[in-house]
Structures are given as structure tokens and as C-alpha cells.
Ligand binder design. Sequence first.
Ligand code: SF4
Ligand code: SF4
Length: 524
Amino acid sequence: MVNSINSQQLYKLQGGIKLPHHKNDSLQNGLSRLPIADKVYMSLRINRGNIAKPLVKVGDNVLKGQIIAKPDTIRGSYIHASTSGEVTAIKQRATASPEADISTVVEITSDGKEHWVDLAQTKINQSYIDSVTPEDIINSIHEAGLVGLGGAGFPTHLKYSSQNTIHTLIVNGAECEPYITCDEQLMLDFPDDLINGILLMMKASRASQAIFALEDQVGNIKSNIDKRVKDRNIQNISVVKVPTIYPAGGEKQLIKVLTGLEVPSGGLPLNLGIIVQNVGTIKALSDFIVQGRPLVERIVTIAGDCIGTAQNFITAIGTPMSHLLQHADFDQDKAYRLIIGGPMMGYSMPDCSIGIDKTTNCILALSEKMTHHYGDTLPCIRCGECVNVCPAYLLPQQLHWYIKGENLEKAREHHLYDCIECGACAWVCPSQIKLVDYYRYAKSELKYLDYKREKSDKAQIRHEQREARLKRLKAERAAKRKRTRRRTSNPDKIKQDLNATMERIQKAKAEKNRTTKNQKTGDR
Ligand code: SF4
Ligand code: SF4
């Protein structure tokens, strides 16, 4: 493992593709705060499946920022009310996730007052940074309900609680999917909060340096951050521009570009002594420490050729997509696809009443003309284009072949789980094969098979334990019987035992008589 990284040197990304940006419209219209919707729908589903446990019931009044659900396990995250009002339902509902999975959702009808819980505020300066402990910051990260806002939704406190020694914090400001500008907007509008957040994350991880990675087409953000870092005399934060190539902003890909290091298959950046953190998550930590505000809102880009006013909105978590669309001049008649996320890794939403969650970075409304079409799928011609662009060193056509033949274990052996579902392979495939659909299908099938296997393994272990217990009891009973038999087959031993027992009884009787007599004498 290396102990630090030379931030001046860049390395070549394996594969990748150049994509049109489509970012200017939303950036030109800037950032505004979306008015609160009548109702918000707070999903209790976190990080691909963990469900937080509700702490409220229907009819309860809640304040903005109040904890309404707590994690069942350490892998979960707290959920806070994103508006003040009344809990009007807790029910199963579609959520902002691939396949619009059904999960528990708390519906809050807003009172429109936006009354906050009491907020503890702190001023961040050097003496605060010096005095606060890493453990205090990690607790704050957990209490604030922080998860990776770049899309994965991984509970942030877990990264900082690992036993690995961390030397570098990589600040990920390199959003590389077309249309999505929420991170760029945040870097433009909140540079000081970001720097505070970076200092806190460095303290929490004990990292000695931070590398702030930006795409090379983001205008003057670099000089703006550089100036602030210099003004505050901070020595160990460096800002680096990386080439705009998709998917250079992926966690493992960014590490490769900045360090030349490969995260091992099945491993994590932590194994290399690195933590990668999205800029949104870093600002959210600063908001919690400085203003006491937990994660109840985030910046969401609304864009696409069916949106009249593409822009970025500060949006309450749980806000229905329809509310965002209404405020951005959505052309419903023209719309062909409504996507959460970008055109490459996002997923289509069947219903715009779904509430956004902490990971929703963009709502994209595209006409048929702007949708990347997959025509009739043709057989794979083994052209190798998909291999050339895969940033994860995979053989996409081989994986496709195994999955099509239902040979899922073979796909697993060929590192299916290293696939980041970036879609670059499908984008270039001349046979228009929807490769990522195959990989997603295989991953979810394998997850289910693993679950079933684990269940049956546990049942097998229980069965074996029961058999062993019965065998042990049987052996103990047999040994006891044997001992009894041995005694009964020896008349001298029986006689000896009997005499000893009679002697004990007589002794006990004599002792009792003596005690009774003494008591009577004493009474007189
Ligand atoms: S790009 Fe498509 S056709 Fe070419 S090898 Fe890959 S899967 Fe086959
Ligand atoms: S979707 Fe997976 S297999 Fe295809 S290019 Fe991306 S990482 Fe490679």
C-alpha cells in the first residue's frame, strides 16, 4: 500500500467513451429552492435493501429534521422528516430505485410552516478542527443520516469506521454523466462549506491529504477553490482536473486516473488506504456541524429536451417527481422517457408520483428523438468493441454469453460484480444488445440464489447440530445404563453401598434427636 499520492501526475483510464455533455442549460439557469410539496414520500429503504424502522405512526405531528426512522443494523442510516406536518400514511409504495421497487414509505402532509427541530450550531474554524475528535465526527456523520449522494447510497459512517489506515481522501467532483450538473452547481455556490466539510472528513478518516478531483471542462471552479484554500493557508488540499471521459467519475476509475492504482477485484478503496467521497455528502456534513441540519434536502438537476427550464433545485427528500416537473415547464406530450439519474446509468420511472430519495441526483425527461434507442437486437458478432471501452477490464460479450445461457456462476467467476453498470459497452455495441440489462438481471438472480443457499445452509447446520445433540444424549444415557449395570452385577458393592446409606440415615436421625432434646431443655 502507498502512503500518499502525487497529485501532480495523472494516469490513463482503461476504456471509457466521449459523450455529449448537455450540461449548459441547467447551469445557465442556476440554483433555486423548490417550494415544499403538499406531501412528501420518505422511503425507508436505504442502500439497496436495508429498511429503517419507523419511529412515528399515522396521526403524529413531526418537525422538520426530526428522526422518523432508525436503522435496524449498523449498515443502515437515520431518516429525518424533510418538512413539518402530519404523518398521514405509512405504507408500501414504489420508490426511486431501479425497477421502482416497492418499499415502506412514510407520507408526511406538510403544514407549509417548515418548523425545524432545535438545531445545535457550531462555528467551524481551525481551533474547532483541532479539538474535535474523529469519533465525534463519525458520530455526527451517522446522526445526520449521511449516505453517498453520488448515487450508491452507501452509509457514510461505515467508510470512516473501518480499521484500515487511510492516507488520502479523494473528493469526487467529477460528475461525468451527461445532463447531471448538481455537483458542479454545488461547487460553484458553496465552496466554503465544501472546504469545511473536507477538513472534517480528513479529520474523521485521519487522512493526511485530500485531492479534490474536477472534470477539466468545469470553468473557473478550480481557481475559486484554489484561492480559498490558499487564503486559509491550508497545505494539504490539492485541486486536480481530470480528463472528461465517461466514466472517469466512477469511484474505482477516479482512483485509477489519480493514482494509477487498481482497486482489487471484490475489494474497496479502503484496501488502498483511500476514501472517495462525493462533494454533496461532504457539504451535507458541513451543514450538520455548522447549522445542525441533518440530511433532509439535496440538489437535484432537472433537465432534458422535454423540460422548458432546465435547472438545479434544492429539493426536500421525498418530494414527488411530479412537483419538480411542474416547476420546470415539463412538456408531458413530448416526453418519451422519464429517468432518475443520467442517460447512461439512470433508470426509467413508470410513475411520477414517486418521491425522490437521498441518492436522486437528476430527473431527466427525454423525447423519443433524444433517447438512445436500442433497435432490434442482433446476434453478437464478436467485434470486441465492448471490451475496448469497458473501464473495469471485463469481457462484456463473454458475460452476456454466460448469462444468456443461464450460467450465472460462470459470470460470477468472470468478475460480474466488478461491473459498475456504466453502460459504455451497450452504448458502442453494433448489435444493439442491452448488455447492462443482462448484468443487472444476473446480479439480482445471484443475490436471490445466495440468499436461498444461505437459508438452506443454515437449515443444514441446524439439522446437523440437532443430530449431534441427540447422539450425545444417547451416548450419555448408554453410559449411565452401563454404570448402573456394573453396580447391580456386583453383590458386594451393592451391600457396601447399602450399609453406607443406612449408616448415613442413622447418623442423621441421631443428630436430629439431639437437636430436639437440646431445644426442649432450653425452653424449660
Ligand atoms: S460490442 Fe456487441 S457485438 Fe461486439 S463483441 Fe460486444 S456484445 Fe458482441
Ligand atoms: S457496464 Fe459493466 S461490462 Fe459494460 S462497460 Fe461498464 S463496467 Fe464494463
